[in-house]
Design a protein around this ligand. Sequence first.
Ligand SMILES: Nc1ncnc2c1ncn2[C@@H]1O[C@H](COP(=O)(O)OP(=O)(O)OP(=O)(O)O)[C@@H](O)[C@H]1O
Ligand SMILES: [Mg+2]
Length: 493
Amino acid sequence: MPPIRYGRVGRLRLGGLRWRLAAWVAGVLIASAAIIFLVVYNSTDSQLNGQVNRDVTGDTNQLAQALGEHRNGTPEQIADAASRYLRAQPFGATSTLMFVIVGGAATASNHPEVFGASRPDHGESAAEQATENVEGRRLLIPRIGLSTQNVPDVGAVRINERSVMLGPTRAIVGAGEPLAVIDRAEHTITRAFVLAGAAALVIALLASYLAGARVSAPLRRMAATASRVDAGDLEPRMTIPAGRSDEVRVLADAFNHMLDRLSTAFERQREFVADASHELRTPITVIRGQLEVLAAQRDPPAAEVRRVQQLVEAEIARTTRLIDDLLVLAQADRTGFLRIEPVDVRPFLEELWDGLSLTAERRFELGLLPNGTLRADPDRLAQALRNLARNAIEHTRPSTGLVRLEVDRAGAARLSFAVIDDGPGIPPEEREPIFERFHRTDPARSRDRGGAGLGLAIVLAIASAHGGSVRAGEGRSGRGARVELTLPGFTPA
Ligand SMILES: Nc1ncnc2c1ncn2[C@@H]1O[C@H](COP(=O)(O)OP(=O)(O)OP(=O)(O)O)[C@@H](O)[C@H]1O
Ligand SMILES: [Mg+2]
């Protein structure tokens, strides 16, 4: 058996619980906020882009329609008409860039500066203006359909271009909208998410830390109590504020219940050891006393030596039995205590009772025996029945006293063994405590007649190990005692 070590249990690191909870909440919050952000961002982006595409396509169509009225003009006339039309819708007012490139003639636009050859403005350097001019000229290369292009001073612009035939003249009409609007919307969404997310994160961290602290507070108290118990003090109990009916309460109740049982078990263990020591010391004291008496006589008569020898032998026999009983009780809780085998009930009991009837002068009776086998440990069963019979013998008158064994079916596969006598019986209030170790109904009873008070405790241990039970009652017609052992595992023949 491993040695029991007393000492402090590893301290529970419950402080980590609060932080872990907070970290988990933060992680979940960040992940879900990121998912929501991506969904919102993407759907807003595609919605705004779709809107811009529809707008520029509509503007292009409108422009083409307006030029359609001049299909019979020369390229110069068409370019003129386009210029007039576009001048009426300046870029500054509509934020829509519109241009017409008439084959063989000029380019008209409601924002002429963007098509190159402008002078530096907005405080730009000549080199910057040159780059812008290159970009502006690039706009003149027709790109039919939707495209995104960088427009000087405006930035990224979604442009739709289409080619229209105005009589013999081919013209490219285009309309564009700056994408800065979309950028601004997306920027706003991002900022809102970051701000709201950060605020929510702080609140969630705080809330989950506090919640973790609240949840772990009783656990920390329990850990403190457990440490005290571990240090050897079985007195402390968990205190839980009244009204709590959650898992913590269940845990605390279970813990307290366990401590109660531990305390009781320790107390019983202590009593057992004290009783056992006392019982063992008594015969030793007797032996020593007798030997001292003998030693005090210089030349003790042979009869005196013989008397002391007999007494010492009797005390040694009693002590040996006591030690055997203690060993049986110590083994009873262990696995392997029983060697179960099929016991043929009838011959087993007949032999046992015949043997017992030779040990004392009583009226031994054996009731009708059932035929069949019982799965039990024959040695332990015999020991239990012998203890019951010995008690009956001890409490009955010599010669006339009745010691009877009745064996009956008790339910499906159970067999009951009742040892009945016609002695003084067992008082009702004693019928339970007699099964406790070292319990005697009459503590003052002389040691010569009684034993240590372990006999019935052993019967109970053997019954329990078999999954059976034992109880005491009154004998026949209200007289004497009846102690009944019931075991499972009977198969009738
Ligand atoms: N048949 C009985 N009639 C009356 N009292 C009984 C009977 N059997 C047991 N008792 C009482 O129950 C007590 C406990 O019995 P138990 O057999 O456990 O101990 P014991 O007989 O005193 O000692 P041990 O059996 O260890 O020699 C006894 O002290 C006795 O007073
Ligand atoms: Mg006994």
